[in-house]
Design a protein around this ligand. Structure first.
Ligand SMILES: O=C(O)CCC(=O)C(=O)O
Length: 278
């Protein structure tokens, strides 16, 4: 593996967007810790799917503009995370129907439908019915709702390695990336079958899907650093890519549980994961 210091132009950060220009935020200091080399494509892990260029840059732009119009964020005041909830599933209906109003804003409903359609048609050779059901049609026996977490990461920010709380969220997590690319670390928790931790570069416009083993038995997290090292498979070189602001949308199924006091603690635990470079 050779190393190169130039940016190979993979990131398409949109520095003109107000979502990505947090005026007055402190400029991060250079990374101190060891920066792992990230892969452009995911190695095989049961239930993990990663598609680069899942969304076109025009689609990314439109989604970001819709989010800006909703005024969720104020990065000057540290408001860099928003959580959206849909309505609970209707236990009378057998199948979850993404085309029915679900309490989420229009742009989010459109996005959910677009992802479903694309997975069903364009990625049908990889995404089978079982995976689509996990993502779009969970068991009607459980009470659940859609949850979307929107996160802005400025360079130097990350999220601690974690497994999304097992008793709080169902199987099936989708992570969409916009703005800057970023490395995500994955590590097995069970240390069996010779599985190795790795780092994956999430490009803008990509989708990363965690189901099954990758959701329940692997941690994922984003190291708090100001740049990433990315291995280019074609040239066998490692490129240093500076981070700019990244925006992500994480889509999950949130279980509805009666014991709300536990839920509150869980929610705090889950939202405290965001980490900053020190
Ligand atoms: O923002 C991301 O890319 C990942 C977010 C995440 O892992 C989480 O909210 O649990």
């Amino acid at each position: 593996m050779q190393t190169a210091n130039d940016d190979d132009g993979q990131t398409e950060s949109d520095s003109s967007s107000p979502l990505f220009t947090p005026e007055g935020s402190p400029s991060p200091s250079p990374a101190k810790e060891h920066v792992k080399v990230a892969l452009q494509e995911a190695p095989f892990v049961e239930g993990l799917f990663h598609f680069n260029q899942f969304l076109s840059s025009e689609e990314c732009q439109e989604i970001v503009e819709n989010v800006i119009d909703c005024h969720y964020f104020n990065t000057d005041q540290g408001r860099d995370q928003a959580v959206l909830f849909g309505m609970r599933n209707n236990s009378n209906s057998k199948e979850h129907d993404e085309s029915q109003p679900n309490g989420l804003p229009h742009w989010a409903q459109m996005l959910l439908r677009m992802i479903e359609e694309r997975l069903r048609v364009t990625y049908k050779d990889t995404i089978n019915k079982d995976i689509l059901d996990i993502l779009y049609n969970p068991s009607p026996e459980t009470e659940y709702t859609r949850q979307m977490i929107l996160n802005i990461y400025t360079p130097g920010q990350g999220i601690a390695d974690h497994i999304d709380i097992p008793h709080r969220f169902l199987d099936g997590i989708m992570i969409l990336s916009f703005g800057s690319g970023i490395s995500m670390d994955f590590a097995p928790t069970k240390n069996k079958d010779g599985e190795q931790a790795f780092s994956l570069y999430l490009q803008p416009g990509s989708i990363c899907i965690l189901t099954g083993k990758s959701r329940w038995e692997w941690t994922h997290g984003i190291p708090a650093q100001t740049y990433d090292l990315v291995h280019n498979k074609q040239t066998d070189q490692v490129h240093r890519i500076e981070r700019s602001a990244r925006f992500s949308i994480t889509i999950r199924w949130l279980k509805i549980q009666p014991e709300s006091s536990t839920n509150t603690n869980d929610d705090i635990a889950q939202s405290n994961l965001r980490s900053h470079q020190t």
